[in-house]
Each structure stands twice: as C-alpha cells, then as structure tokens.
Write a new protein. Structure first.
Length: 505
C-alpha cells in the first residue's frame, strides 16, 4: 500500500484526463476546460531529491502516520506516488496529525486516496468524518499533492482537511478533491441540513465533500492550488481568527442548465426539473457545480467553545468557476482582500461579498454568470471597495453587475483597459425582496426583510447603468453611465460624456 512509485512527467496530463473522464461519467460538462491543477506545483521526475539539514527521511504511509502523532520533528518524505487504501482503526479518519511543532517536507510527494475508503467510513452525523484531521499546533505541510482517486461519495458529508490546530501552514500544496453525490447539480436540490434535502421517495441525500475546513487560529494557505470536482467548498472558515490565503489558485466546474433539462433519468428528471425552492430549473444559465472558493461562516466550535469567525485576509488569489468566489460577509471582523481575481463565478453565486469595514484593493473580476459584487446585506457598513470589471465570456442570465445594500460604503468600479462590457448589466443600490436573492449566495428570498442602501458613495467608470431604488437614500453617485433615481435625497454627478440622470417618482 505504501511503497512509492516514481512520478512521471506526464502526471499533470494524467490528472487532467482523469478529471475530464470523471465529469463525463457524472453527466457534467467542463466549460472552457483547462488543466485543473497548475503544473508548477506537481512533482516531476527531474525534481531533485533534496534533504535539508535536520530533516529525517521517511518512505511509507505508515511512517508518515506515525510521524504525524509525535512532536518537534522535521520530516522529509521521499518523492513518489503513495496510494492510501485504508482508514485508521476508528474508521472515521485516514490521517491524524496530533503532534505539534512539525515540518513535513512533502515536495514531489503525491498522496492518492481511493474514494472507496471514504465511502466505507462510519459516522452518525456530518463532521464526524474527515480524511486529514489536523489537531496539532505549529505544523507546516509543504509541497504535497493530495489527490482523491475515483468518484465514490463519502459515507456522510466531510472535508478532506479539518484544521483545528493553531498556526498551521500549507505551502505550495495542491489538492484535487473528488467524490460527492449527487454531483452535477450544484445547490439545485439543497446545500445541507435545513436547506431542502432530496425528497425521501428518491432515496437520495446530500453527500458533500469539501477540501478544507479551518477552525484553528492563524492558519496560512500560501501558494496552493485547489481543484474542486465535488459539491463542496474549497476553503471554509468556521470561528477561526486571523486566516491568511495568499497566492492561491482555486478552480471548480460549470454546467449549462440546458444540459440538465435534457436529461431523461437521474435526480433532476425524478424531481420533474424543480429545485429545492419548488421553482422550475431555468434554461440559459451556467450553474456552478462546486460551492465557494474562500468562504467565511458566522461561527465555529473549537475545544467545545463556539466562536465568531474573525479576520480573513486574501492576497493575490484567483478563484475561478466556483459558486461564490470570495464570500466573507458573515465574518465578524473586517476582511482585507488585495490583488485578487474572480473569474466566471457560476449561478447561483457571486464574486465578492464582504463584512463591515473591509478593504478590497486592486481586485478584479467578471460578471458573466453571476454578480461581480453582492453586498446584499443591509447590516454591513463602511466597506471600501475598488474593482476592475473584466469582460468575461458571453453573458448568461439577467443578474445585475453589482448589488449594493448597507450604509457608508465607498465603492469604485473601473473598466479593464477602458473597454466597455459587451452586455448591459445594472448596478443596483437598494435591491430588496425576492430580487435580492438573484445573486444571493444563500439563495433564499428576503421578502419582508428591510433591505436598503444609505449614504453609499459610488464611482462608476464602466458606462453601465445605475439604478437607485426606492430603498436608496442619501447616496452620492459619480458615474459614466445612465442613472435611474427612484430613491430619496440622492446626489448624481456625471463623468464626461455620461447621459443625464432620470428622476423617477
């Protein structure tokens, strides 16, 4: 089981082929397909086997498992492909890193886990199972490729990595996550407990599979690559403080809803093409099959204590073809997002959403399939955002370019190289009710909730139209595009050659 095989130069191509075959057999289409993992992080036969001073060499999965449970070590694993075909004796975990102050140099190492192992594991509730349970503190994992082989869903929803320890670093690692059910339908039929599970008559349930759940403080993910070929998040943050994601690439997969509507068997067909909100699945949209790229939850539990999620920093990251890309609005403290790129976020998601007081600088993205910016929560305030709007693939859907609710925001939207977007998309301030759910990651209608935009300062250089709804007030708009003002006490200033504002009572 644990003897390594030498990696080949064709490993990257083999991974891409496996990904395409996997998606084909699940009935999903890869849209604008590219290799799912950056070859720069994959082992090659020509990579030298370097052993740094003070590092102890190991060459088996058994030795790695043992090393993870002791402390104060520097471990160098020999490069190679290591197959993992069994869980630990608890049958709920495959690796347990309970030791602390360890550095695992895994450059050139591929750890391949057969998804059949996850299918055989036993648990009563979600979150009991995990592939890598990282419980120790001050741990560094460097240079590994963690890869799922096969497409069997886990016995119950789980993350590949549960990071509970503090000061854990993942550096130049790659993650290929496979195996969830039902795959190929995104969140059409539910997201989890209370979110509209499958009808019991179908004999089906959600078996989600995410890459990394972070509950420990001061976690760092640096120079990593995530290929998410499941229904699950790439990185989700639950009660953790001071999380850093830097120079990291995350990619999911998209599927046109027309393809689902052509099915003659399977979950969508059995559900009569009705989603979890009892709405017909619409044609003409590009559905995200995975969940979010970098996602903050309200809170999480560590050592029996429930904590609110703290600061999240994202620097130099690219998130592509996920549902929500950088979705941090539920965190309790301001986020810092700089030099990040969001591409082709799928329906029913968005590009960016932020908590109060956040700063977004030198970032960019497109709105081809979902809103680029979705500040839909009116309790958020004082967010400072500068976004360059890219003209992505052919626009699909009727969503806005941006949804802006809340108060005191300072938002600037610029055009990439001054180029106008091919499609017309509205920048809407004060979007309320069911309309606000069009780009809402949660997806539920907010009818009856007091949604408003107040005191927002928007500079729009994109030539796209601005709509100030009746829920907007005291906003200051400087724009190169047309404006429809239905609000109260708003001020509109025009950049050169911009159309005049239209007052609508």
């Amino acid at each position: 089981m644990s003897l390594p095989r030498l990696p080949s130069l064709a490993l990257g191509l083999r991974i891409a082929a496996l990904a395409a075959a996997f998606l084909a057999c699940r009935g999903a289409t890869v849209v604008h397909a590219t290799a799912p993992v950056s070859p720069a992080n994959l082992p090659t036969a020509s990579a030298p086997f370097e052993v740094r001073p003070g590092f102890h060499v190991i060459d088996s999965v058994a030795q790695l498992r043992a090393a993870m449970q002791t402390s104060g070590q520097k471990i160098r694993m020999k490069p190679g492909i290591y197959r993992v075909d069994d869980a630990l004796t608890d049958n709920q975990t495959v690796f347990r890193a309970s030791g602390s102050h360890n550095h695992f140099d895994l450059r050139g190492v591929t750890l391949q886990l057969d998804t059949a192992v996850l299918a055989r594991m036993t648990a009563k509730t979600a979150h009991e199972l995990v592939t890598y349970r990282i419980a120790g503190d001050h741990l560094t994992f460097e240079g590994a490729l963690f890869e799922n082989i096969g497409d069997q869903p886990p016995a119950i929803s789980l993350p590949e990595f549960d990071v509970e320890g503090d000061d854990v670093v993942f550096q130049t690692c790659s993650f290929i996550v496979r195996g969830s059910a039902p795959y190929g339908y995104g969140r059409l039929f539910g997201k989890g407990k209370g979110r509209g599970e499958f009808k019991p008559t179908l004999g089906a349930r959600l078996q989600k599979h995410s890459a990394m759940s972070i509950r420990g403080d001061r976690s760092k993910i640096i120079g990593c690559t995530f290929s998410i070929q499941t229904f699950g998040h790439a990185i989700s943050i639950h009660g953790a403080q001071d999380t850093l994601v830097q120079d990291t690439f995350i990619e999911g997969t998209l599927r046109p809803t027309e393809e689902i509507l052509r099915e003659t068997s399977g979950p969508a067909f059995e559900q009569k093409f009705i989603d979890m909100f009892h709405r017909p699945i619409p044609p003409g949209l590009m559905l995200a099959l995975a969940e979010d790229g970098i996602r903050a939850y309200n809170n999480g539990t560590k050592n029996g204590q429930t904590r609110r999620t703290g600061t999240v920093t994202a620097l130099g990251c690219t998130v592509k073809r996920m549902r929500g890309a950088i979705s941090l609005s539920l965190a309790s403290k301001p986020a810092r997002v700089e030099n990040c790129t969001v591409l082709e976020s799928g329906w029913t998601g968005d590009g960016y959403n932020l908590p109060s007081g956040s700063i977004v600088k030198n970032c960019r993205g497109d709105s081809a399939y979902s809103p680029l910016l979705n500040q839909s929560r009116s309790n958020k305030r004082d967010v400072d955002i500068t976004l360059e709007v890219l003209d992505g693939p052919a626009h699909q859907g009727s969503h806005p370019l941006a949804i802006i609710n809340g108060s005191g925001h300072r938002i600037t939207l610029t055009q990439h190289k001054g180029k106008s977007l091919a499609a017309t998309q509205t920048i809407t301030l004060g979007l309320a009710g069911a309309d606000a759910s069009a780009g809402d990651e949660e997806g539920e209608s907010r009818t009856g909730v007091d949604l408003f935009a107040k005191g927002v300062r928007l500079t729009n250089e994109t030539h796209q139209p601005v709509l100030l709804t009746e829920k907007s007030s005291a906003c200051v708009i400087t724009t190169a595009g047309p404006v429809a003002d239905k609000g109260r006490n708003n001020t509109v200033n025009h950049l050169s050659a911009a159309p005049s504002a239209t007052r609508q009572n």
